[in-house]
Design a protein around this ligand. Structure first.
Ligand SMILES: [Cu+2]
Length: 450
């Protein structure tokens, strides 16, 4: 590599208008995550919902509430014995990476939509309002409810026209990890999905200390576009709960605790999700709890389209353990849309082309980032170079939040695409992060913290 090219990459690394912190909205969502690890049966406190509104205390539920990092819970109110939720389908601007915001569709200002949590046996009413520019409906995936509540346009109901409301009401007799989504293929690929978790009347055994939910999505964004191309078959942005690594919020686990992960996929691909350093068992599917006799150890679980897999493991080994889709192209974002007209020419065949290509990418990333790993002095003479060189973009400060506290320098350079980490932390480190979270914006807003 020539000096000029080195200098260019250095310049690219420091290019930009300076460092930006996380958006206020995202911070609120991140800080909205509660620490229930030591308080498995607490009353639920006020919950930040998308848009920063607050919700008053929610009734007691058995088991832990699920935490869906980067996605807020949907609050409800009681009408007699009925839990009433208000869900609004609408366009949503979603920052999926620090330098990439897409025009998705979602619910209540969030994509994926806010997480709904109910108790097995609950009577629930879903007041749905359509603020999309076209008709839609809401399907309750996996729930055994009357056909009139099934949410399929023309088959079980009239489509909900723009500006209209539609009320769904049913009793949840099941327990498990379900979801809601528009029953229209393109709308699904625009992001119209959210968790619907039914907590069991009788606690699952063994009890867990942490319960996390992740929704897997993929997006095809063409050059100079912010609207996902829902007709595409190739995807360039891969997200957990609406954000790509390193913007995903690490999942915290106290050393020695038991962890549950609920992983849900609604996209065009199946995702083999792999956890480092631990073995887990599949304890449930999109159909509910699986009997213990079916559990066997594994560390990669295939989450097919429209499936949920619930896994549990003992967090025995301290460290920052990756959890990610293992499809190689899902362990990165191609970012080809940021290359604009140069996206066809993805080869660093000549220095001039490479410079120009990298320049267009670097200019579209408005903050400092670093390419930390060294390359060989004769790298350019080796057929195939570069592969992963220059792909790593360290941006620790940009994605900083309490959950990233104490990670090694340049950790963010190793995080791309459909990826997050389970941080198994000894008491001291775990408690340090929790106190940072308590001191965050949510505390300033007077948020109750368990
Ligand atoms: Cu994948």
């Amino acid at each position: 590599m020539s000096e000029s090219r080195r200098a260019f990459f250095y310049d690219a690394a420091i290019l930009g208008a300076g460092l930006f912190g996380l958006g206020k909205d995202l911070q609120a969502r991140c800080y909205g995550i509660r620490d229930e690890s030591r308080a498995p049966r607490t009353e639920r406190g006020s919950t930040l919902v998308a848009g920063g509104e607050k919700n008053s205390a929610q009734p007691r539920m058995s088991g832990l509430p699920v935490l869906t990092p980067d996605v807020a819970d949907l609050p409800h109110e009681m009408d007699g014995g009925v839990k009433v939720f208000h869900l609004v389908g609408e366009p949503v601007k979603r920052k999926i990476a620090p330098f990439k915001t897409i025009d998705a569709w979602g619910y209540n200002g969030s994509c994926p939509g806010p997480t709904i949590q109910v108790q097995q046996g609950d009577r629930v009413r879903m007041v749905f309002e359509n603020r999309l520019p076209e008709s839609t409906s809401l399907h309750w995936h996996g729930l055994e409810i009357p056909i009139e509540q099934d949410g399929v346009p023309y088959i079980s109901q009239k489509p909900v026209a723009p500006g209209e409301k539609y009320v769904y009401e049913f009793t949840v007799h099941q327990e498990g990890t379900f979801f809601y989504h528009a029953h229209s293929a393109m709308q699904e690929m625009m992001g119209q999905i959210g968790f619907f978790v039914a907590h069991p009347a009788k606690d699952y055994q063994p009890r867990v200390d942490h319960d996390y939910g992740l929704i897997l999505q993929e997006w095809a964004v063409l050059p100079s576009n912010s609207v996902p191309n829902t007709a595409a078959m190739e995807f360039n942005w891969l997200t957990f709960n609406g954000v790509s690594a390193p913007m995903t919020t690490p999942l915290l686990a106290r050393l020695g605790s038991r962890v549950r992960l609920r992983i849900l996929n609604l996209g065009m691909d199946h995702h083999p999700v792999h956890l480092h350093g631990h073995q887990f068992v599949v304890t449930g599917t999109e159909g509910g709890r699986a009997p213990e006799s079916t559990w066997f150890p594994m560390n990669t679980v295939l989450i097919g389209v429209a499936q949920a897999r619930v896994v549990e493991f003992d967090a025995k080994y301290p460290g920052n353990w990756m959890i990610h889709c293992h499809l190689p192209h899902h362990m990165m974002n191609s970012m080809m849309d940021l290359l604009r007209d140069r996206q066809i020419q993805t080869t660093d065949q000549t220095e001039a082309k490479a410079m120009s290509q990298m320049e267009s990418l670097a200019k579209s990333v408005p903050f400092q980032h670093v390419h930390p790993s060294p390359i060989a002095s004769n790298a350019e003479r080796v057929p195939g170079f570069p592969q992963d060189a220059f792909m790593e973009m360290g941006m620790d400060e940009v994605v900083e939040k309490p959950e990233t506290y104490g990670l090694p320098k340049n950790w963010s350079a190793g995080m791309m695409g459909m990826m997050t980490m389970v941080r198994v932390l000894p008491d001291k480190e775990y408690d340090a992060i929790m106190s940072k979270k308590t001191a965050g914006p949510s505390a300033q807003e007077g948020r109750h913290h368990e």
